[in-house]
Design a protein around this ligand. Sequence first.
Ligand code: UN1
Length: 493
Amino acid sequence: MRTEYGNFIDGEWVDSTTGETFPSANPADRNEVVGTFARSGPADVDQAVQAALRAYPDWMLTPVPQRSDYLLRVALILEGRKDEFAEVMTREMGKTLNESRADVQEGIDFAHYMSGEGRRFFGDTIPAELPNKVQMTMRHPIGVVGLITPWNFPIAIPLWKIAPALISGCTAVFKPAEDTPLCAALLTDVFNEVGLPPGVLNLVNGTGEGAGSALVDHPDVRAISFTGSLDVGRAINEKCARAMKRCSLELGSKNALIVMPDAQLGLAVEASAWGAFATSGQRCTATSRLIVHEDVREPFTEQLLDRVGKMKVGNGLDPDVELAPVINEKQKNRVMEYISLGQQEGATIIAGGDELTGDEHANGYFIAPTVFDEMTPTMRIAREEIFGPVTGVMRVGSIDEAIEAANGTEYGLSCSIYSHDITNIFKCAQQLEFGLVYANAPTIGAEIQVPFGGMKSTGNGHREAGPQALDEFTEWKTVAIDFSGKLQRAQMR
Ligand code: UN1
């Protein structure tokens, strides 16, 4: 398999103008370099944007069902290469092979789904108050868009952005995270293989400072779709606001799982372990707070510790491993800093808390699954996104207190309640300030046909996935046709 890639611009793989490259390494074994990629700069971004601009007029006039066909073929190729892509993903990003397969599957599902949306792509017809006049709405593509994606879902999230952008008639410049450029290059190669017209999808590799900012700043880029941290999202939002660009942000969160006394405890424990430690806690939907009613706190924590104690930590290619490494050294250090901060703040560690450095873990970024107890709402570990295998138990005395605690951060992506009491469940559905609310299901694992996104600082009101994904990349246009043969004046009654 090819492992050296430049940028994909105007239908060709080309070297970057900087001549610089960077390696992508395996988080489970830093000595294994999975590939070498272009470290691009503003001139490369400009070339990609120019290619996208040239491709735009034909692409926006291509009938939407024809645009669908490309996506359908992408989905079919990915289906055939699912295992191969999953293995690359585990070697480049670290997560377990089963989770990598699920990531590719989420991408396949969404490419299929968006391909279907292209056969609908509905507008409305709306009655007119004047005779012999019809009115309708149609979606209009926003133009050239910049797609900046994270490393935690290196196939699914790029497709969450590329698929609706292309169906909508936009042309795109894709800037993937610098931790997962091989996954991005393989995905781009699939779009090339299905014969997508040159310039419709362009890939520019590099860092956020070197390439990402140039994409955000480029005057011909009409919209940015970004998934990543709150700090970077805020900076992008400010720049886009000034330039009057569409900007869609999917940022951090501090998700919670509420356990009430009538919950099926075993299920709540399984969901907590899965939600907190799948993808090593590196999901924006990860369960980083366990809000547990005091009546069940003891048996809940006991069972959770028992479950967490059984987790094998190691290389994601090992089928027995449940907890894979975190993405890189910097992230490992950040998570370890939060673990010591939690202790300083007065929370107690009841599981994990340390970095694993023995023989089998010596060359990777492994952190034991960590559970805090006695976490309180004002602690930074209870308010800030850690993005690692760390969760904490907070105790509450009622459903109202649980809801207040859950809502007590600036974020709002995903919240679960474990209870069989219909009142508790509907109170949560009504009062939780989260874009995703689950009852008796974990905080992770949203399906692609439902809108995905968060309230408060998790985003800026846009939704990815679901039919709403098209709203990110289109403007509504109202078209009125008067066939009365005379000048009709609205409202002049
Ligand atoms: C993310 O972590 O950014 O709901 C996305 C989930 C996945 C998507 C997570 N389907 O956990």
